[in-house]
Design a protein around this ligand. Sequence first.
Ligand SMILES: Nc1ncnc2c1ncn2[C@@H]1O[C@H](COP(=O)(O)OS(=O)(=O)O)[C@@H](OP(=O)(O)O)[C@H]1O
Ligand SMILES: [Mg+2]
Ligand SMILES: [Mg+2]
Ligand SMILES: [Mg+2]
Length: 333
Amino acid sequence: SMPETVQQEIVQSDIQSKADKTPVTVADYGSQVLVSLVLNMEVTSGSFSMVAEEDSEDLRKDGAEEILERITDLVNKTLAEDGSYNILLSKEAILSAIDTGKSEGGPSGRHWVLDPIDGTKGFVRGGQYAIALALLDEGRVVLGVLGCPNLPFTSVSNLSGSSSGDQTGALFSAAIGCGAEVQSLDGSPPQKISVCTIDNPANASFFESYEGAHSMRDFTGSVAEKLGVQAPPVRIDSQAKYGALARGDGAIYWRFPHEGYRETIWDHAAGSIVVTEAGGVVKDASGNDLDFSKGRYLDRDTGIIATNKQLMPSVLKSVQEAIKEKKQASSPL
Ligand SMILES: Nc1ncnc2c1ncn2[C@@H]1O[C@H](COP(=O)(O)OS(=O)(=O)O)[C@@H](OP(=O)(O)O)[C@H]1O
Ligand SMILES: [Mg+2]
Ligand SMILES: [Mg+2]
Ligand SMILES: [Mg+2]
């Protein structure tokens, strides 16, 4: 796929820094263009609304001509190679395709939710990333697809060992009430997946962000200790964590960003339905469901926890104890 090719050949000029200091690459923009184009052509019923991470503002500035040219070439080359659509896009068409992702989402109607490259830092590093697409209907996630081109097809226990002979690449999908599935990227028949059945926290392993700045490790370390978790954390970039959890590679995924960070819906919509349809649960630190109906940002209390039904009560209990202790430690007596 286009992101795989870009990842293999990435050069410094393909990577830009956004206003919030996070990276964005030609593949993030190109992926957003391709997904929005195809959705627009294939989804013909009703009006079209998409909430997506990237916008064209930086690409319209002076000095961005070269990178816009690179994105335009990438997209046109991908479309030509694929051959399904006989179109050639101008730079202006590229910019406007990116901006079809400007919707605010919300509680009514249908909205596509796209993270064109989730885990951009991992993507740039040569690590894990995901292309994450979901559909919101009346504020609820009803459909989710997670493309993970770098994830071992059978299990992340094969992440470091290249000797395993495992295929690389996994496509997770889920529709509400229909379960979750995985297939290889070359189109093997989909197979049903489900979360693990571990019920003793001592036997549980957990996933967390690869990037230390994205989740407070001192905090999750203390939760792990309370739970009696023995295994070291498995650190993976992107929503590939939700996919790995959904097929039972590990037992828990948690995420505790630093105070003041606001989660966006495209970082969790697809991943959360893949996990819930695989029989798992996804909650905030208070035990509430995630609310995707409030616009581009996720409305939630501190932290996100995904695990199976057996483990969730004890994980929540330990998280809430750790939060209490943290508050006591930081409040002046
Ligand atoms: N400070 C901070 N805290 C928490 N989260 C942040 C922060 N900054 C960025 N982000 C978002 O994290 C997304 C990727 O994080 P992940 O946990 O999925 O992967 S990672 O292992 O941390 O790279 C990443 O998604 P992408 O931008 O799509 O890559 C961001 O939306
Ligand atoms: Mg980003
Ligand atoms: Mg993301
Ligand atoms: Mg992204």
